[in-house]
Design a binder for this molecule. Sequence first.
Ligand code: SAH
Length: 512
Amino acid sequence: MRNGIVRGFKHALSFQQVQLRAAAPIQARRWQSTSPSTPQSPIPQRRWSTPLAETIAKAIEVTGPVSIASYMRQCLTSPDGGYYTTARPSSDQFGRKGDFITSPEISQVFGELVGVWFLTEWIGQGRPASGVQFMEVGPGRGTMMSDILRTVAQFKSFEQAIEAVWLVEAGDGLRKQQCALLCGEEAEMEQMEEEGKPTFWQAKSKYGNGIPIRWVEDVALLPKNNERDAKMPFIIAHEFFDALPIYTFESVAAAPEQEKTQLLDKSGRPMVRQDPASKVPQWRELLVTPTRPSLDLFSTSKEGTVEPKQPEADFHLTFAKASNPNSLVIPERPRYQQLKQQPGSRVEVSPESYRYIQDFAKRIGGDVSRQKPAGAALIIDYGPLDTIPVNSFRGIKEHKIVSPFSFAGQADISADVDFGALADAALEGSEGVEVHGPVEQGAWLTQLGVQDRAARLMKGAEEDKRADIEAGWKRLVEGGLKGMGKAYKVMAILPENGGKRRPVGFGGSVTP
Ligand code: SAH
């Protein structure tokens, strides 16, 4: 009986009309009168998995479907419910109780070897006695920077050369956690000002003679270096680029011959002219839009009322109906040209990542305002060695892969990093840099001596900790389902040197 009524209801109104009118009281009465099992209840409200999902859905009602990039930005860093920017009641995002675990949280050896790698670069670039800056984007709990600084402290002249550590972190709660770890539980961040404007937060670290730790929210707020003031920036991005927003495009076949214009040639005969644009495949953007509750499937709620079945995810992807400014500009780089010619190909592109990597490249390679290239950047993340990522957008909650379109703001969402695109962008950003890698994390750590370092750590550890240390370093190096050694890649940006000095882990040796 109920099914019959609903079918009738559906026939009477188009799907869209139902959606549009659902909120109006008159519609609610009509729904009730035809549903014997829920005589008094109004049309049940659409249930969203999180308050942020509802906010995004309401915005889409006004603006129309949005880019994946805009959805990602909201989910991860919205001041109002974003995953990294909202304080969480019990634990943070990381570790067993959180949603995911990262290499520096698995083993201290990871951060220590990153510190050793920077040491080899400092030695290889002439051991300057001052002007070294450490920079980390997306430091999470601050664990890796703490492991780096502890390692560097064993090499006094390197430690003394460090003038400041800069951390780029969007989340206020995470900035405070980083401060507690690097500067002590009692430490307080001070808001610094320049010409009356707030510039960064600062606190004194536990390392060196109180090396200052400074926080900004975006790479654009880092200080610009100038030529009078030579700096050597050592930059690390670990599991950061996968959190930067991506756009997705699919190549669609050329439109059928339709754009014919009736023009007459000189002799008065009709001339057929085809729009040249319709002959070549085009990119179409995939956009995020809310799913609709099914009106012919029902589920029974906890209270015993029968409601239209809620979809599994709050949002899904739909094609833009035509080219839009994003699809006309963002994938029009040489890297994507070949795929564009093969209809059905998809690409994920992150222009936001170029902004970060080009900032690193300019700092290291110099731009018009600097002369001598110096420093190094390490990018460590998951993604393919040289192909363009496709269909990699995913959600992670409580250590399980979930739809990226559920639990907006309460699940981590990320996408594979396109290392090839990062390398192209870095080389475009400054003529003064060269790029090494990416190489697999397992191979990189092995060349840096991970096994020896772990063995030394195990020797000094208590009996019950040894098995954990061993399992930890092996997980960082090994492949397979749980291993991180193959899925994660390492790429380095260095001052341009004609490829003469290969860095450690990329074919170079530890002694310069
Ligand atoms: N590097 C850490 C944490 C990785 S999680 C580790 O490996 O354990 C991603 C980190 O990047 C978090 O600290 C998050 O708050 C930060 N982050 C994500 N998007 C950001 C953005 N757009 N701007 C600044 N920080 C961001």
